[in-house]
Design a protein around this ligand. Structure first.
Ligand code: FES
Length: 143
């Protein structure tokens, strides 16, 4: 089968879909390869991400990766969330077909973009902490 059971599960019942009205950070990224868009909302308490919601106008793999990525960062610190790679997300989903690997980059980048926005809102320059949020073509993920 092309997709793992975990991918099918997160695609059929994505977790944490929606938006946070009083979000502390909002990140929106687009995938240059396919034109899909993802928006991620985070709520931060202390140094921890207390809530995450996302909206994806994209393919099933993008929905599944964003869904599992939200579960992987809720309750974690900002530092931990920044370390989440698309590779870890793909592993947590028990793999993705090669042609769909690029979709997983959207979730990683959307989290980074939301955290950047959180720092900007607090008057802190996010670049030294978050780095540059890159578009998919530059990621060399092989997708
Ligand atoms: Fe666009 Fe998957 S094909 S994110």
């Amino acid at each position: 089968m092309l997709y793992s059971e975990k991918v099918m599960d997160h695609f059929a019942s994505p977790r944490n879909v929606g938006e946070i009205v009083d979000a502390d950070g909002i990140g929106e990224v687009g995938n240059a390869k396919c034109g899909d868009i993802m928006k991620m909302y985070i709520k931060v308490e202390g140094n921890k991400i207390s809530d995450v919601k996302f909206k994806t106008f994209g393919c099933g793999a993008a929905i599944a990766t964003s869904s599992i990525a939200t579960e992987m960062i809720i309750g974690h610190t900002i530092e931990e969330a920044l370390q989440l790679t698309n590779k870890a997300v793909v592993e947590a989903l028990d793999g993705l077909p090669n042609s769909k690997l690029h979709c997983s980059v959207l979730a990683e980048q959307a989290i980074k973009a939301a955290i950047s926005d959180y720092y900007v809102k607090r008057g802190v320059d996010p670049t030294p902490i978050v780095g540059t949020v890159k578009e998919c073509d530059a990621c060399h993920c092989g997708g």
